[in-house]
Each structure stands twice: as C-alpha cells, then as structure tokens.
Ligand binder design. Sequence first.
Ligand code: AMP
Ligand code: ZN
Length: 112
Amino acid sequence: MNDCIFCKIASGEMEAKLVKKEGNCLAIEDINPQAPVHLLIIPAEHIQDMSEAVGKGVLEEVFAMAVLLAEEKGLAERGYRLVINCGEEGGQTVPHLHLHLLGGRPLTWPPG
Ligand code: AMP
Ligand code: ZN
C-alpha cells in the first residue's frame, strides 16, 4: 500500500522513533502519546484490520512483542493496557493494523 503511513515507516521510507524490529513486526513510539509509555506494535506487512489479521501467525508475534516491551519498559508488574481500535466507531484512524501499548500511569475505564 504505497499511501499507507505505517507501510512507509516499516519500509524506512518515513521516519519514526523505532523501538524494536524483529521478525515480521516493529514497534515505534506513538507521535501523540496518551501515556508515559505509548508504543505501537505494527506488522511490517500491510494488514488493514483484525478481520484481515485473524488466522495469520502475525497476531501472535504482535502480542508477543507487546508483552516483551511491557517487561522491558518496567510495566509488567504495575500493569498496562493493550488496545486495537477497529474501524470507524472503534476509533481506528490508520488503516494498517497496530496494537497500542499504554502504561506508566493509572488508566481509567470505561474508554471515551
Ligand atoms: P488509531 O487511532 O488506533 O488508528 O491509532 C493511530 C495512532 O497512530 C495514533 O495514536 C497516532 O497518534 C499514531 N500516529 C499517526 N501517525 C504517526 C506517525 N507518523 N508516527 C507515529 N505514530 C503515529
Ligand atoms: Zn500499510
């Protein structure tokens, strides 16, 4: 997808604060952080959303990287949140699947 910002970041065509790149996914710092730790874990391949992602092994990789990063960022003990916004009403603004890792402060519920 040549107009997709996360494809461009994955290929190195667009700059981002890269935190980790391993296997078929990468993690970057969110440009508009909502918590002291706010990372996005992104499959390198263009996968639009959860409907496209299920059944592909990449979901396991994305979640495994999130758990590893939560440990590395010191969040495993205190807790954190993983979020995938799906579609318009779910709040998805970038149509390339990504998992938000949020932590470093108490997070409220329900979401807005
Ligand atoms: P969502 O609303 O779930 O689709 O999340 C998209 C996220 O991508 C938002 O939290 C944005 O702040 C973030 N974002 C958009 N553009 C960039 C970028 N170039 N680099 C890093 N994060 C971005
Ligand atoms: Zn893409």
